[in-house]
Design a protein around this ligand. Sequence first.
Ligand SMILES: [Zn+2]
Length: 243
Amino acid sequence: MGIRQRLSRFAARHMGCRWLPLQKGRGVVSFSFDDVPASACHTGAVLLELYQARGTFYVCGSLTDGVEQNQPCHSVDDLKRLIETGHEVGCHTFSHTNCANASDADLALDWEKNQAFFKQHGIHNQGFAFPFGAYDLGSKLAAGRRFSYARITGGGTQTGRADLYALKAQSLYSSKTNVDELHALIQHTASAGGWLILYSHEVSDNPGPWGTSPALLETALRLATQEGCHLLPVHRAIDYFLS
Ligand SMILES: [Zn+2]
């Protein structure tokens, strides 16, 4: 990362923040799926439901009925079923845009395209996740004007307070998640009354580098339940911390 990009990231991290206090006593773990392979809607959602949990699915309209990383993506019917069963469907830009590189005008157009896609299918949403976790101050401020929150990637659990327009998230990838570290993170979330947002992509017995196996997802669900955390989709977690 060059100095200009580092300065831009620094500004985005420290400016345009809207703080959500995390002071309810009980910790929250949220499960999210980006790009939304079909397996996340099927295996992933069913596993969550087994634990009385609901998740958040960040959709790029350009991927609907498509294939990404050799994984078949969600269909419109998949998204409708998710909503009917209480999951959250959020926006991830239409074209999986890198928001830190896009011009304001291009980004606005891309968001509008995705929102038009949702509207066409009667899907209402207000949440957003930055593709690649990439953002700068301009895109963070623009996201703040358009969405009720924005999620980034990285940063682990959040305690004390969370920036609504740069919510941290921890990857749940079979290729790199260590179960002992995950357990420690969930324990810390529970003991500090914090908020851990996990994110992954496909849920498959043979996941790629950015996916999870059903076994790892179930381990995370079991540990979060065992440690006494609430399991809430991102928008419901915000309601909980604001209540
Ligand atoms: Zn993505």
